[in-house]
Design a protein around this ligand. Structure first.
Ligand SMILES: Cc1cc2nc3c(=O)[nH]c(=O)nc-3n(C[C@H](O)[C@H](O)[C@H](O)COP(=O)(O)OP(=O)(O)OC[C@H]3O[C@@H](n4cnc5c(N)ncnc54)[C@H](O)[C@@H]3O)c2cc1C
Length: 356
C-alpha cells in the first residue's frame, strides 16, 4: 500500500453488484486527490468479487484493496466495520480523506469508522472540495491556526436555503458520505492501470453476534430515478393521488423516463417514497426534468437543480421554481401537460432521448 495518505473510497457493492455511487465517488476522489497531489485508493469488501477490483482501477482507483472472504458475502455492520478498520490500521498513516456513499450501507458503516477514529463525518454531501481554513476560535486555543488541504464537505443546511461548508481538519481521516447521482464518474478507461492488493481480515466470534437470515428486496424502491434520462415529477398542485396519472402519461412519451415526486405528495400518501426527489429523497441529474405543480422549495431544488433542462409548470407566476427553471410555463398543469406531451412527441422524435 502507498505510504502517502491519500483519498480512500469505500466501495458500495451489494451481492456482487457494483453500485453506481462507487464510480461517482471515484470520480470525486480523483478530483480531490489531484488537488492534494496524492493517490486514490478503493476498498472493496465482499465475497466472489470477480472482476470488480479491475473495474475499479479502470474507473479511477490507483490502488484497490480487496477483502474477498465468505464472512463478507452479506453486509453486516460489525464484519464490514472490522474489515474497514483492519485495512485502515494496516496503512502507514491513516488516509487524508475517506468517502462513503450516502446509501443504506454507507450511512451505517461510515459513522462506525468515524467513531472508531474519533474523527468528524459530514453526511449527505452534494459537493466536495479542498481548501484552506483559518481557525480563530477562542474556545480551544490549541486549535487556532491556518489549516491547509482541508476537506470541504458541502451540503444543504437543514431546512434552510443555504449550502453549508463543513470542515473537520483537526484529525485524519476527514470523512464524508456523498449522495448518489451528484458526483461525476471519470468514465471507464480499460487502459488505466493500478495496483490490486488482496487483504485478509481475521474475524472473531464477537463479529458475528448479528446474522442475516434473509434478504427481501423492497419492490417499492425499485424505481431508479438516478438512471432516468427524463423525469416528470408531480407536486401538491396535482390535487390528489389521481393526478399522478397525468404525470405518468407525460413521462410515457419518453424512453428511459421515470416519475418523480415532491415530499408533500409522498407525505400525503399519494405515491411511494421511492419517487421522492430532494434533500430527503433522491438527488437526480436527468437530461430533462419536468416539474408539474411543484413550488420549488429549497429542499426539492437541491435534489434536481443539476438537471440538464428544467421545465416548470405552475399556475402561480411567483412560484420559486421559476427562479431556477430553464423554461417556465404559467398555467394549469391539467391543461398544459397534454399539450407538452404532444409537442414532445413531435419535437423529440429524432433526438437522443427519443419519443416512443
Ligand atoms: C428537513 C426537510 C426536508 C425536506 N425534504 C424534501 C425533499 O426531499 N423533497 C421535497 O420535495 N420536499 C422536501 N421538503 C418539503 C419542502 O419544504 C416543501 O414543503 C415541498 O417540496 C413542497 O412540495 P410541493 O411543491 O409539491 O407543494 P407546494 O409547496 O404546496 O406547492 C404546490 C404548487 O403547485 C402549484 N399548483 C397548484 N395547483 C396547480 C395546478 N392546477 N397547475 C399548476 N400548478 C398548480 C401551486 O401554485 C404551488 O406552487 C423538506 C422539508 C424539510 C423541512
Amino acid at each position: 500500500m502507498s505510504d502517502k495518505p491519500g483519498v480512500l473510497v469505500i466501495v458500495d457493492q451489494l451481492q456482487g453488484d457494483l453500485r453506481p455511487i462507487a464510480l461517482e465517488l471515484l470520480g470525486a476522489a480523483r478530483d480531490l486527490a489531484g488537488k492534494l497531489g496524492v493517490g486514490v485508493q478503493a476498498l472493496v469488501m465482499g465475497h466472489k468479487l470477480g472482476d470488480m477490483p479491475q473495474r475499479l482501477v479502470w474507473n479511477g482507483a490507483d490502488e484497490v484493496i480487496v477483502v474477498d472472504q465468505p464472512e463478507l458475502a452479506e453486509y453486516t455492520t460489525l464484519t464490514y466495520r472490522k474489515a474497514s478498520i483492519s485495512v485502515i490500521d494496516s496503512m502507514p498513516k491513516p488516509p487524508h480523506i475517506v468517502l462513503c456513499g450516502a446509501t443504506t450501507i454507507g450511512r451505517d458503516l461510515a459513522p462506525r469508522i468515524a467513531a472508531h477514529y474519533e474523527t468528524g463525518l459530514t453526511a449527505d454531501c452534494t459537493e466536495l472540495d479542498i481548501g484552506e481554513y483559518e481557525h480563530k476560535g477562542k474556545a480551544d486555543p490549541t486549535k487556532v491556526g491556518t489549516y491547509q488541504n482541508c476537506l470541504y464537505a458541502i451540503r444543504p443546511s437543514f431546512g434552510e436555503s443555504l449550502k453549508a461548508r463543513i470542515i473537520g481538519p483537526w484529525k485524519n481521516p476527514q470523512m464524508a458520505t456523498a449522495r448518489a447521482g451528484v458526483m461525476i464518474p471519470c468514465g471507464e478507461d480499460t487502459t488505466r492501470t493500478g495496483k490490486i492488493t488482496p487483504f485478509t481480515v481475521k474475524f472473531d466470534k464477537e463479529d458475528f453476534i448479528t446474522k442475516v437470515i434473509e434478504t427481501v428486496r423492497d419492490m417499492s424502491s425499485t424505481v431508479d430515478l438516478t438512471k432516468a434520462k427524463v423525469i416528470v415529477s408531480g407536486g401538491f398542485g396535482l390535487g390528489g393521488p389521481d393526478g399522478f396519472e397525468v404525470v405518468r402519461d407525460l413521462a410515457s412519451v419518453f424512453k428511459n423516463s421515470a416519475v418523480g415526486a415532491s415530499r408533500k405528495t409522498v407525505d400525503s400518501g399519494w405515491i411511494p417514497y421511492a419517487h421522492q426527489v430532494g434533500q430527503t429523497g433522491k438527488t437526480v441529474r436527468p437530461l430533462i426534468y419536468i416539474a408539474l405543480g411543484i413550488s420549488g422549495a429549497i429542499q426539492h431544488r437541491v435534489g434536481m437543480s443539476q438537471s440538464g433542462t428544467i421545465i416548470a409548470v405552475n399556475k402561480d407566476e411567483k412560484a420559486p421554481i421559476f427562479q431556477f427553471a430553464h423554461y417556465g410555463i404559467v398555467g394549469d398543469l391539467y391543461e398544459v401537460a397534454p399539450i407538452l406531451k404532444e409537442q414532445f412527441r413531435k419535437s423529440f422524435a429524432e433526438a437522443s432521448v427519443g419519443a416512443k
